[in-house]
Design a protein around this ligand. Structure first.
Ligand code: HEM
Ligand code: HEM
Length: 281
C-alpha cells in the first residue's frame, strides 16, 4: 500500500518537473544562456536551483531518517523498519532525480564527482535492496539465524497441514528445490534469479495440489499465501550465508560513496554561496 502510494507520487512529481523544464533541457548547450527559460531552469535559476536544494534535502532526510530509525530505540514505535526503507528509497531516488534536473544534464567540474558518486550510490542501492529483502529478518531488521527460520517454516507447514488435511510429505514434495545449493557469491545470485523466475511455477503446482485434495475454494487463497511464504523462507535458507556476506560487502560501496557525495556536495554548496547564489531566501 505505502509502496504504491510512493510510486504514484514519484511518477507524478518526477514526470511533471521533467515536462516543465523539457524545452530548456533539450536546447543545445551554447543556446541555453540566451534562452528566456534560463532564469527559471538553469542550475542557478529559480526552479533549477530549487531542484538542487530540494533534491539534496530529500536525500539528507532519507539517509538521516532511516539511520535514526535503525539506531534510536524510541523511534521503533513508529512503523516497521521496512516502511522506513521504502521511504529511504523513495526520497533517495526522487531527490537524485531532482538533482539531475538541477544539473540540466551538464556534469562538469569538481561537483561532477558528487554527481557520479550519487549515481553509483543509487545504482548500488537497487542491487543492495535486491539482496537485503532476500535475507529473513525481524520487524526491526535483525537478521534471523537458521534455527529461527527453520522454526518459522515448520510452524507454517503445520498450519497448512492442519487447515488443509495435506500431509507434510506432500507439501515437501511440492517445494522440492531444483538443483544443488549454490556455492559462492555469483552462484547465489544466479540461484536467486532462477528462484524469482520459478515462483509462478511453484504457485501453479500448489494451486493444483489444493484442487486435487478438494480444499474448499474459500480456503485456497490464505493457504496459497502461507505456502508462498514458506516456499520463500525455504529458498532463503539456501542463500542465507552467501547473501549475508554479499550484503556486508555491499555496505562497503553504498556507504563510503554516500560520504564522498556529501563531502564534495559540501564544497559545491559553499562555493555557490560564496559566489552569491542564494535562491529565494
Ligand atoms: C548532490 C547534489 C548536487 C549536485 C550533484 C549538483 C551538481 C551541479 C552541477 C553539475 C552544476 C553545474 C551545471 C553546469 O555545468 O552548468 C551545478 C550548478 C550549481 N549548483 Fe549544484 N548540485 C547539487 C546540489 C546543489 C545545492 C544543494 C545547491 C545550493 C546551494 C546548488 C547550487 C548550485 C548553483 C548555484 C549552481 C550554478 C552555479 C555553479 O555552476 O556553481 N547545487 N550543480
Ligand atoms: C543518493 C542516494 C542514496 C544515499 C546517499 C544512500 C545512503 C545510504 C546510507 C548512508 C545507508 C546506511 C543507513 C544506515 O545504516 O544508517 C543506506 C542504507 C541502505 N540503502 Fe541507501 N542511499 C541512497 C539510495 C538508495 C537507493 C536508491 C536504494 C534502493 C533502491 C537504497 C537502498 C538501501 C538499502 C537496502 C540500505 C540498507 C539497509 C540496512 O542496512 O539496514 N539506497 N543508504
Amino acid at each position: 500500500m505505502l509502496a504504491s502510494i510512493l510510486t504514484a507520487v514519484w511518477v507524478v512529481a518526477a514526470g511533471s518537473m521533467l515536462v516543465w523544464g523539457l524545452d530548456y533541457y533539450l536546447l543545445p548547450i551554447p543556446q541555453r544562456a540566451y534562452s528566456s527559460l534560463a532564469p527559471l531552469f538553469a542550475p542557478e535559476g529559480l526552479v533549477g536551483h530549487g531542484l538542487g536544494i530540494v533534491g539534496t534535502a530529500m536525500i539528507l532526510v532519507g539517509v538521516v531518517g532511516y539511520g535514526a530509525r535503525k539506531r534510536v530505540r524510541l523511534l521503533s514505535r513508529f512503523g516497521a523498519l521496512k516502511h522506513w526503507l521504502q521511504v529511504h528509497i523513495f526520497l533517495c531516488t526522487l531527490g537524485p532525480f531532482f538533482v539531475l534536473l538541477h544539473t540540466t544534464f551538464k556534469f562538469g567540474g569538481l561537483v561532477s564527482i558528487a554527481f557520479w558518486s550519487m549515481t553509483i550510490v543509487v545504482a548500488s542501492g537497487v542491487f543492495g535492496r535486491y539482496v537485503y529483502v532476500r535475507i529473513p529478518k525481524t520487524l526491526n531488521g535483525r537478521f534471523l539465524d537458521l534455527d529461527a527460520i527453520t522454526a518459522q517454516m515448520e510452524a507454517l507447514g503445520t498450519q497448512i497441514a492442519t487447515r488443509t488435511g495435506l500431509k507434510t510429505a506432500e507439501l515437501e514434495m511440492d517445494v522440492a528445490l531444483p538443483g544443488a545449493p549454490p556455492t559462492g557469491l555469483l552462484g547465489a545470485l544466479g540461484h536467486a534469479l532462477a528462484q524469482d523466475m520459478a515462483q509462478r511455477r511453484h504457485a501453479r503446482r500448489m494451486r493444483r495440489l489444493l484442487r486435487d485434495h478438494d480444499v474448499p475454494p474459500a480456503l485456497r487463497r490464505p493457504i496459497l499465501d502461507l505456502a508462498a511464504e514458506r516456499h520463500k523462507l525455504r529458498q532463503q535458507t539456501l542463500l542465507l550465508r552467501p547473501f549475508q556476506r554479499l550484503f556486508r560487502y555491499w555496505h562497503v560501496v553504498h556507504l563510503p560513496l554516500a560520504v564522498v557525495m556529501f563531502l564534495v556536495l559540501g564544497v559545491h554548496v559553499v562555493v555557490a554561496v560564496l559566489f552569491g547564489y542564494t535562491w529565494i531566501f
